[in-house]
Design a protein around this ligand. Sequence first.
Ligand code: SF4
Ligand code: SF4
Length: 434
Amino acid sequence: MKNKKFYSCEDLQGSIYFGPNALRHCCQRFFVNGKMQGDVEILKVKSNNDINVQNIVSEKKKIIKNLNNNKKTPCDGCPKIQLKEWAESKEIKINKISIEAHSKCNARCSYCSEMFYGGLNPNYNLNDMLTKFRKQNFFSENVSITWGGGEPVLLRNFKNIFKNFIDSKYPKFKDIRVYSNSIIYSDLIHQYLDQKKIILTTSTDAGTQETYEKVRGVKKGFLNIFENLKKYNTKKNGNIIIKYILTVDNYKNNEIDSFIKLIKDYELLNCNFEISTDYKFENLDLEKSLSIIYFYNSLNAAGAKFVHFDDHVRKRLFKFFKENYSTQQLDENDMFDNLRKYFNKDIIVWGTGRYADEIIKNSYLFKKSRVAYYVDGIRKKNNNFVTKKVFSPKKILTSDNPILIASSTYWQEIYKEILDLGVDKKRVINTLVI
Ligand code: SF4
Ligand code: SF4
C-alpha cells in the first residue's frame, strides 16, 4: 500500500525516553514566543505495570493525528516536525531508546536541572522493560541507544543493566552512546570503549578549577575528569567525544586557552570535540559568537582532528551572522579564511537530513558555492533531495569535488567510510562551516 505524506517527527515515529517516573517521546527543546517547550511526555509511570506497548503506540498516534488535523499538540512549533511519507502509525516500532531512568548525579551543572540531578531512582525495572518489549516484538531491526541520567554509573544496578542491554542479541543495539561526566571511572565503560562498542561523550566545560565550580556546581572532580578520560583513551580508537558547553561563565578566551592546554597535557587531542551552548540562550551576541569561532580555530590549530558544533550552536551562529553581518562583512573577515577555499566550487553533500537542509539554506558557504549532488548510505524512496538526485556513496569516487559531511552525530563514522572508500581526506571539508 502506498504511504501518504503526513506531519510527524523521527521521535514520534520510533523513540522512547525513559525517565524515572515518566516516558517521553523526545528530549527536544525549542522556543515558542520566548517560552521553552519540548520534552513531550508519553505517559507517567508509577510501576512496571504502567508501561505497555499499546499505551505507548496509542499516545504516539494521538499526537500524530492531532498534528495532522490542526489540533493543538505539545509539539506545536517544534522544528523537527516534517511533512513526508512516514510509516503508518500502526507500524510504529522502536528504533531509538534513551535511558534517563534515574536522576542521581555527582554534579550540579548550571545548565542542568532537578529533572536530571533530583535524586530519583526509576519507578520500574529496566531489565523487565527490555524483556517486555522483546516479547511484543516492539523493536525495529536497528535500535540506537543513549545512556544518560543523571550520571549513568550512579544508576542503581548500573553494571548489570548496562551489560544486559549492550550484550543483547535482540534487539542488537547499534550506535550506543554513553553520556557520562567521567568524574567516576567505570571499568565497564572502559571495557566497551576498548571493544569499540560504545561512544562516550563527556562534557568538561572549564579550563580551570574556579570555572569548573561555577559551571558544574561542585568542587570535586575537575582533574579527575581529565585523568579518567586519559585512561579511557588508552587505545586512542576515536570513540570519545569531549564536549564543551559554553555558558556565561566559561566562554572567555583565557578559559578556552586553559582548557586546550589540559587537552594537550592529558593527550586527548585525538578525541572528537563538540562545542555546544547552554540551551537557555535563545540568541548569541557578538562576543559569544566570536568566542565560539575562536574556540573552533584554536582547537584546530592545536591539532584536534574533529571539531564540531552541535545543533544548538550551529543554528544560533547561522542566525547571528544572518542578522548581524552582511555578506560583504563576512567576505572581509579573516576568521573565515579556511572556509573561503571552498567557495565557487561544486560540493558533494553527504547526508540528506535536516542538517543538510539547514546548511544548504542558511550557510555562508552555500551562498558562495553550489551543491554538485547528494550522497547517502540510506537510499531514499524517490532518490531526490531538494530537487537534486541522491546517489550511493560510491559516486564520490567519480570526481575530485570537495565533500561536505552533513551530519553532526555521525560525522566521524561517515568520515571513516569516506577514507575506507580510498578517498583523499583533503577532499573532506573539515573546517568551520557557517
Ligand atoms: S515534534 Fe518535536 S516536540 Fe514533538 S515529539 Fe517530535 S521532537 Fe518532540
Ligand atoms: S553531569 Fe549531566 S546530569 Fe549531572 S548535573 Fe551535569 S548535566 Fe546534569
